[in-house]
Design a protein around this ligand. Structure first.
Ligand code: GDP
Length: 330
């Protein structure tokens, strides 16, 4: 099969000039696992990195049904109405199993999907969370180089995906619905700890009062937790994605959080730390890939030995890593 080389320069130019079709091709390239595509994608990213970094990066999380897509559609439409260019990305590691992502699905955001100032991209189905996260991080670079100034990364409360998304955005927004008293336990503490802003959605009709009470209670609960930043207390705001009530306040809180990070230089540090953490995540991924591809026979033998009890797991691990040829200087 003939493999046509990727014209990286043309792609980079097209992305920067705002061509939607070339941007879509560039995203497909960074999502690809083909080795020659991986090389071309990294060249493309190197060319575009100097033009990236300009967006407000926001992670949006919440359990299915909480109203994420309704919220993103309403917020995104407001933002494009105010002259912003909005990218909607998704991190959904379950998409490989279900063969199609439930997140970032264009049919869930009908207006944004046809808005010329918005770009909605479903979760890549690249396999592992690490693979999906890599593609999404790289897509953020592309979107920023293309001039999108608000990047919204959607995720569900599955496994580690929130932690992963929190590691690629400036502000992490948790969407929830009215819960009070014992029900507060239903919100995973680990997720609350990640939240920079919390929105209690569906504060409309008969539920408006409940949502406001819940917001106050949750705010009290949050006060007992370690803040994500020393001079930032995560606000808890009622809103309705359906009526639009409170959406401006939620967005203001996101902007305020960003300003707080900017004012003491922690935005730059946070992003730099995220880049280094990303590098290590890539090391872990590539290490496993290389071992699995390059030491198939040894792996077979060692697994057999460990199963039979002829070899200890610890010694087998060391022997496997020895195949990489690095001196063991521990
Ligand atoms: P997701 O699974 O988190 O993306 O949730 P959806 O956006 O698909 O919303 C789930 C359901 O809740 C849908 O039937 C929405 O119409 C409804 N919904 C979303 N936001 C609101 C809201 O603010 N108020 C009310 N009453 N319903 C909402």
């Amino acid at each position: 099969r003939q493999r046509r080389p990727v014209d990286v320069a043309a792609l980079a130019k097209g992305v920067r000039e705002g061509s939607r079709s070339l941007l879509a091709r560039a995203i497909t390239l960074v999502e690809s696992n083909r080795p020659d595509h991986r090389v071309a994608a990294q060249e493309l990213l190197l060319e575009l990195l100097p033009h990236a970094g300009g967006a407000v990066r926001v992670g949006i999380s919440g359990v299915p049904g909480v109203g994420k897509s309704t919220f993103i559609e309403a917020l995104g439409t407001r933002l494009t109405g105010d002259g912003h260019r909005v990218a909607v990305l998704a991190v959904d590691p379950s998409s490989t199993r279900t063969r199609g992502s439930i997140l970032g699905d264009k049919t869930r955001m009908a207006k944004l999907a046809v808005d010329e100032n918005a770009f909605v991209r479903p979760s890549p189905s690249a396999g592992t969370l690490g693979g999906v996260a890599r593609a999404t991080r790289e897509t953020i670079v592309l979107m920023e180089a293309a001039g999108y100034d608000a990047v919204l990364v959607e995720t569900v409360g599955v496994g580690q995906s929130e932690v992963t998304v929190a590691g690629m955005v400036d502000t992490f927004l948790l969407l929830t619905i009215a819960r009070t008293g014992d029900q507060l336990q239903g919100i995973k503490k680990g997720i609350l700890e990640l939240a920079d802003v919390v929105a209690v959605n569906k504060a409309d009709g008969n539920h408006e009062r409940d949502a406001k009470v819940a917001a106050r209670e949750l705010s009290g609960a949050l006060r007992l937790m370690t803040p994500t930043h020393e001079s930032w207390r995560p606000p808890v705001l009622p809103c309705s994605a359906q009526t639009g009530m409170g959406l401006d306040e939620v967005w203001s809180a996101v902007r305020e959080h960003r300003s707080t990070l900017e004012s003491d230089g922690s935005l730059g540090r946070r992003r730099a730390d995220q880049q280094v953490e990303w590098m290590w995540a890539m090391v872990r991924d590539q290490l496993m890939d290389r071992l699995q591809a390059g030491a198939k026979d040894t792996i077979g033998e060692l697994e057999h030995g460990v199963r039979n009890g002829d070899e200890t797991p610890t010694r087998a691990a060391a022997r496997l890593l020895d195949t990489l040829g690095l001196p063991d200087q521990r």
